[in-house]
Ligand binder design. Sequence first.
Ligand SMILES: COC(=O)C(/C=C/C1=C(C)CCCC1(C)C)=C/O[C@H]1C=C(C)C(=O)O1
Ligand code: AKG
Ligand code: FE2
Length: 360
Amino acid sequence: MAPVPSLPIKVGHIDDVQELRKAKPATVPERFIRDMADRPKVVPNLSSSLDIPIIDLSKLMKTDKDEVLQLKTACEEWGFFQVLNHGIDLNVVEDIENVAKDFFMLPLQEKQKYPMAPGTVQGYGQAFVFSENQKLDWCNMFALGVEPPCIRNPKLWPSKPVNFRETLEIYSREVRKLCKTLLKYIAVSLGLKGDVFEEMFGVAVQAVRMNYYPPCSRPDLVLGLSPHSDGSALTVLQQGKDSSVGLQILKGQTWVPVQPIPNALVINIGDTLEVLTNGKYKSVEHRAVTHKERDRLSIVTFYAPSYDIELGPMAELVDEKNPCRYRRYNHGEYSKHYVTNKLQGKRTLDFAKIQSKTSN
Ligand SMILES: COC(=O)C(/C=C/C1=C(C)CCCC1(C)C)=C/O[C@H]1C=C(C)C(=O)O1
Ligand SMILES: O=C(O)CCC(=O)C(=O)O
Ligand SMILES: [Fe+2]
């Protein structure tokens, strides 16, 4: 089932943040200013003991027991990790960053040839806006469905920069391989057969979203991207080389910044893996904040099962001590639910939760 909105949606005027930045207004428009409780605290980004775990894929691929254990801990305690030696050629990583940057630097008129229609998630614009009074993120997005071909909208694949399409194809092929490999070792870390997810997912859905956050004169008042968990099984996030530190994950009550590591990719568990593992590995709420002088680019791949499959907690991970916490549902239905609701922490996952007094 394709995730499309069924009702016309009125979202009001959405300012393009790069254009706002160029105009350098003295104040930030009201629609971007967050309620007091949602505003980010602007603190220096110092590396700390709260840095997210680092996993070396080359060690995992030798089925190094310690590394598998590290992966298990990362998934159980963080839901996020950075992967080193991920096997993607660094030229491919560099090329996608360059075409993404080149795309965002095009004149607005050119980018608007690929508009994200209100209530949809593909194209250039702001996703997840469903009403005229909803607060806006300080971010321009460009998102495309990549696989399977039936989710592609070829009209939204840009002709400029000229190497965009080819570069995205090459990048996506490599990231797809990486997701399959990571899912294999995630299965192993759960004591399951390595091919369990590959077998279950069918022809996996893959989408890419490029996020560009221009500097903002009041980073203390706005958010680059609203808090959310990803609906995917796994997400691969590439932080731009010279980008500001902007990604933060919620650990307990603390927003922990993710310090970029050269040549590493950030991986996070999405809602779908949370359901499949019966909550053993949880998706984690995250957001992006902006910077007064520096911009930020992120290239994000969502990897998820085919829309056709039914899923729910895997039988191996349900027992008396771990009763079933999520219902079974069709993944296409969940995708539709996800893309037709605003980003609001982990609320989207209520779709699947079996409510009980002890569930969180
Ligand atoms: C924050 O998340 C997203 O933007 C997002 C969107 C993904 C998609 C597209 C950009 C194009 C068409 C398909 C798809 C919905 C995957 C998140 O994707 C998550 C949400 C679900 C559900 C999922 O499978 O990936
Ligand atoms: O830009 C970032 O670091 C966060 C992006 C993100 O979480 C997303 O696109 O889902
Ligand atoms: Fe995300």
